[in-house]
Design a protein around this ligand. Structure first.
Ligand SMILES: *Cc1c(COP(=O)(O)O)cnc(C)c1O
Length: 227
């Protein structure tokens, strides 16, 4: 294995060990936490190294970028059950591509997108798992349904649009304490009986696990700083 490959192996091992530690600290089973390796901006070689190191679940935040990288990666790893998550905002003109590419769409956040996803599911027969993104910090530049609108939106996803939502996702404000945001997301999920919670990144995944994350999205701690 080359140096770049070894570096990814050792960083992945460190993150996996951190997940185990954080889970055990609060009496959770580490197996209940999925590491989503975030590969935005990283090329196919870097991703192939992570696949060789045993990583199977990945996240991308742009549909176009994922479309350029992932069909090829899936084709060269036909024996691997790779799972790809969309973790960036979704535009309605990209919904069909997204349904085609992704196994999990974490960023359902408004009625127009919910309707478009419902239409694409009917049209294609593909059924990705779906999460609703909550803008827990109510940041104007950030995607996600506002916390006070989350309950109604979740009801509408299921009722009006017939979507099976299985979890929630959030990206808290970078300059604030994370714990109130993680706790808020967990509380909304509990109210709606949603089992999957995507929260926590390289800098704060241990805390997210302590507050109930089932999916942590980690990029730079595995692949290094992004250009
Ligand atoms: C880039 C990104 C991450 C990973 O961030 P790191 O700090 O590199 O771990 C996680 N979630 C989302 C939505 C991202 O866009």
């Amino acid at each position: 294995m080359d140096n770049a490959g070894q570096l990814i192996v050792s960083r992945l091992e460190a993150v996996r060990a951190g997940i185990v530690r954080a889970a055990r600290d609060v009496g959770r089973d580490p197996a209940d936490i999925t590491l989503v390796a975030v590969t935005k901006t990283f090329d196919r070689d870097a991703i192939a190294r992570a696949i060789a190191a045993g990583q199977r679940v990945f996240g991308e935040n742009r549909v176009q970028e994922a479309k350029a990288k992932w069909p090829g990666l899936r084709a060269t790893h036909p024996d691997r059950a790779l799972e790809l998550h969309l973790i960036g905002p979704l535009q309605s003109n990209k919904v069909l591509d997204a349904i085609d590419l992704f196994d999990v769409i974490e960023t359902i956040d408004r009625p127009k997108i919910a309707a478009a996803v419902a239409g694409a599911i009917l049209k294609t027969g593909r059924r990705p798992r779906l999460y609703v993104q909550v803008n827990t910090g109510a940041e104007p530049q950030k995607a996600g349904v506002l916390p006070e609108a989350a309950d109604d939106f979740l009801v509408a996803c299921r009722g009006t649009h017939g979507l099976a939502i299985s979890g929630l996702m959030c990206i808290p404000p970078a300059d604030q304490q994370m714990s109130p945001h993680f706790a808020l997301l967990a509380k909304i999920a509990a109210r709606h009986g949603l089992g999957e919670l995507s929260m926590g990144m390289s800098a704060d995944y241990e805390l997210a696990i302590q507050l109930g994350a089932t999916h942590v999205r980690i990029g730079s701690a595995i692949f290094g700083a992004r250009p």
